[in-house]
Design a protein around this ligand. Sequence first.
Ligand SMILES: *Cc1c(COP(=O)(O)O)cnc(C)c1O
Length: 378
Amino acid sequence: MQKKIWLSAPHMGGSEQRYIQEAFDSNWIAPVGANIANFEQDLEIYLGAGHVAALNSGTAAIHLGLILLGVQAGDTVICQSMTFVASVNPILYQGATPIFIDSEPETWNLCPIALEEAIVASIGKGKKPKAIVAVHLYGVPYKIDEVRNIAKKYSIPILEDSAEALGSSYRGQKCGTFGDVGIFSFNGSKIVTTSGGGAVVTHSGKLKEKAIFLATQAKDDAPYYQHSEIGYNYRLSNICAGIGRGQMEVLENHIVLRRKMHAFYVALFNDIEGVTVFTVPNSNYFANYWLTTILVNPLETNGITNEDLRLAFQEENIESRPLWKPMHLQPVFHNYPYYGATMAETLFNKGLCLPSSSNLTEEDCIAIASVVLKLFKK
Ligand SMILES: *Cc1c(COP(=O)(O)O)cnc(C)c1O
């Protein structure tokens, strides 16, 4: 059996262990220490805007982001349906209700038409949504201008879920800095990892302080433990932040390598009828291509489906994965409102995420190409 080829594997740069050693040497084996502030600063410099608080997951970042935007029990929050479940769960943690929105075909993200429809309908029922969760799926920026204009028109803040889009940008501005609050994830599958971690990006030092306050059990300024608010245990560990510092040194290279994988697939599928590689709509969009994804149209492939390709890969110990199953089709969320048509569902039915790790070798690419060519050229 050939060695496993992973969809999206961790890829260490080399200096991570030096920063971990610093944490050991200073004995800051805690969610406090120099690596945390340094990692936050690395991110702030990289983004060129915003104030970053490092947290122990992207999910925690979304939860705190919603709290910073004032989402409370009984509120409604709009959310892109096609996404990872972590975009939605924190809405429920807050006791709020999600309203799901279809994708548009160019970026697979929030459909502006369905978005406005949902807002107008909500206002009609006497309840304006408290926030909009917008996602840059697979590292492709959502329709920033359209979504922002609608949000502005109705004065609804945006929580920008940039978990998959560190290093992506729109018109030269980095993803994660567009929303009223932005978030990142550094779990093991993302473009850089802290083994597990996340960050919330705010527009002021004061909001960053508030995020850190809430992430560390909301302790009042007193010599004893006094609490006037409900807090959380969401701060990133100083060890994990050390990994993050090392990863920030190789982020640019990871983006180059992930984009190379995307180019490899564009070339590979170029003359295979019925398979399209998901690519940004125009040059305003810059994607980190965290994952390269394709759509397979069996009407043009002699009946070969995305699932046939997934199984053919699996046979050769190569990991590929269906797209995110839309949230409005999830058993746990099927009772919540949904606006739009069947774009997200169609993408789910036809799509596949391909191995996109930044540490895939030339031999790995040959193995991948061989499966594809064997399946589609027979
Ligand atoms: C990974 C991810 C998150 C959060 O992930 P954590 O595993 O909690 O760090 C949130 N939203 C999207 C779209 C993601 O892909």
